[in-house]
Design a protein around this ligand. Structure first.
Ligand code: HOZ
Length: 427
């Protein structure tokens, strides 16, 4: 495989961009390779600057649920460009987007748009603190909620991939109000809240952990969180940046029928453009300025191009047949990998919710961050390399999800499983 142009660009990039990338997970550091520089993508395929074609399971880390460069979204965006790209004033599109989100996500009564998932979680936490008048925050080990200070404590995703401890630059003051508990351990949450509830403003969780691989909640875990937080007045925040509009039109809260007080969204609602949102109970949302005193703002929030792309995408996703197909494709992908691993005699764990899945290279069950970390990352690296050489683009980390899109065909999946057979046998 010739990747000489990617290699050359990576050299140049490292001179002018820290580590040559604008987000650490892109650097291929944990798999010891040169990152591919991408020229274009269409449907289920992505193409690097050397002209190599790959079947893509990164999906820009989630947003491209219909596949890349969707024709309907492109047409809508082209038309929207003619009307201007940013006004710093309210638009009808924002009202339409808010209505679409309120209609889709069962617990959201009011919503505010921001420009990234990080902004959404950061703002939701400030709001929860302002609303309750309490300061402490409970999060779960391995859950990644973006890179704002109070959330960058034992976080998953890039920090786990790079094996980093908590980030330098996060002050003791910012971290001291964050309490980390093991994912899927309801008893630990109940004990803490019973002891400390007058100090705890919020419990934030990825309802399906998607940044330490993919770890579904155990039966009763989310419902238990709902019950204990309701009893003691903490704001329950679901970070649905990955799961929102991914595991179903109403997200994980609809999938598991557990309603949080606030929900954070991102990725899919921007249709491939930079968007985030947070929303929930009207009484809590009305604590934000200009109605309430909790400040939150953004020049590009509700940007008309991003709103156009997102609305076009949500409109397509309204059709339940899209999710039925995504689930079938996800099952074909994950089940195929499972039988390929069994054939090759490779011990692995498989998790999947709809189009979101992960293969962990460990022979022990994965149910939280510590069990996920038992995975053999060197083995994952070798697998990743072989898959890439065979034209399959996976996320370059054991601790990330694979995303199938509505553009993946049965042939794409079958070619991927064939490649996995070869890769797994070679380990
Ligand atoms: N949540 C994504 C990784 N799991 C974000 C991608 C990034 O950090 O660039």
């Amino acid at each position: 495989m010739n990747i000489s142009r990617s290699q050359e660009l990576f050299k140049q990039a490292q001179q002018v961009i820290p580590g040559g990338v604008n987000s650490p997970v892109r650097a291929f550091k944990s798999v010891g390779l040169t990152p591919l520089f991408i020229a274009k993508a269409k449907g289920s395929k992505i193409y690097d600057v050397d002209g190599n074609e790959y079947i893509d399971y990164v999906a820009s880390w989630g947003p491209m649920i219909l596949g890349h460069a969707n024709d309907e979204i492109n047409t809508a965006v082209r038309a929207a460009l003619e009307n201007g790209t940013s006004f710093g004033a309210p638009t009808e599109l924002e009202v339409e987007m808010a209505k679409a989100v309120v209609d889709a996500v069962p617990s959201i009564e009011k919503v505010r748009m921001v420009s990234s998932g990080t902004e959404a979680t950061m703002s939701a936490i400030r709001l929860a603190r302002g609303f309750t008048g309490r300061s402490k925050l409970v999060k779960f080990e391995g859950c990644y909620h973006g890179h704002s200070d109070s959330l960058l404590v034992q976080a998953g995703s890039g920090v786990t991939t790079l094996g980093l401890p908590d980030s330098p630059g996060v002050t003791k003051g910012a971290a001291q109000d964050t309490i980390n508990l093991p994912y899927n351990d309801l008893a630990a949450v109940e004990k803490l809240i019973r002891e400390e509830h007058e100090n705890i403003a919020a419990v934030i969780i990825e309802p399906i952990a998607g940044n330490a691989g993919v770890i579904p909640p155990k039966d009763g875990f989310l419902a238990g969180l709902r019950k204990i937080t309701q009893e003691h007045g903490e704001v329950l925040i679901f970070d649905e940046v990955i799961t929102g509009f991914r595991v179903g039109y109403g997200g994980a809260q609809q999938y598991y029928n557990v309603m949080p007080d606030l929900t954070c969204l991102g990725k899919i609602i921007g249709g491939g453009f930079p968007v985030g949102a947070f929303g929930g109970r009207a009484d809590i949302m009305d604590a934000i300025a200009p109605v309430g005193a909790v400040y939150q703002a953004g020049t590009l929030s509700g940007n008309p191009i991003a709103m156009t792309a997102g609305l076009t995408l949500l409109n397509i996703l309204k059709n339940p047949a899209v999710y039925e197909q995504l689930d079938k494709t996800g099952a074909r992908f994950s089940d195929g990998l499972k039988s390929a691993a069994a054939e090759a005699g490779i011990a692995a764990q498989f998790t999947r919710v709809g189009s979101l899945s992960c293969m962990f290279f460990t022979d022990e069950p994965v149910f939280d961050y510590q069990s996920a970390k038992k995975s053999d990352t060197a083995r994952f690296g070798a697998y990743f390399k072989s898959m890439l050489e065979q034209g399959i683009n996976l996320a370059p980390s054991q601790f990330e999800a694979s995303f199938v899109s509505a553009a993946h065909t049965e042939d794409d999946i079958d070619r991927t499983i064939e490649a996995a057979r070869t890769a797994l046998k070679s380990l």
